[in-house]
Design a protein around this ligand. Sequence first.
Ligand SMILES: [Zn+2]
Ligand SMILES: [Zn+2]
Length: 217
Amino acid sequence: MESEHFKSTELRCHHCDREGVQRELLDVLEALRAKAGPLKVNSAYRCPKHPVEARKPKAGFHAQGLAADLVPLAMPLRAFYDVIRSEPRIKGIGVDHAAGYIHVDVRQAAAPVLWVYRNGRAVVVTDLFQEVAMADQMRFRVTPEQIEAARAKLAKAGFPMSGESGAIEKDGYRIEYTLAEGELILRVEAKPCIVPMWLVMSRIRSALAKEGIAKQT
Ligand SMILES: [Zn+2]
Ligand SMILES: [Zn+2]
């Protein structure tokens, strides 16, 4: 099944290519698309054998073809959330601030159920945007020969880091850095309503990757 703006390739199970999205969900996705502009579908139908569903005690709404995880491409997460709340057919809403997507489902319920994802677990809350700031840390191994080139690449990407430690403060995020004993440690704090955390982190990662510096796991 597909619709004007959503192709069956993005709606079907990514594990086995089976289709299973319900018309009801597709109608809601088109209604959201009309108000929010282009949306990326991270995941829609997932068969009960899909690894994410198989891990659960009981397969969820994705396995019933009633749920989709959506990334807004034309507006911040906060604004997209307001669009979602204006659609009465959506009865399950889960926000993943770190990954920058919102789960929506069209289950049968009197009032919507709201939750956020914390460390991969769903936590039911009443205010999904209460946590304004999120923090994460990245570590990179940097040899003395790589330091200057790494600084240049980071500065070019918009993250000037001088000296051994300091902080970069911008509208929407703050990065604290220390560079000592061959290790660059970055603590990134982002306000997800303004800048998604993954975007800040991926810009830093790709700047350093140009110098062959990879993130440590
Ligand atoms: Zn499957
Ligand atoms: Zn979901």
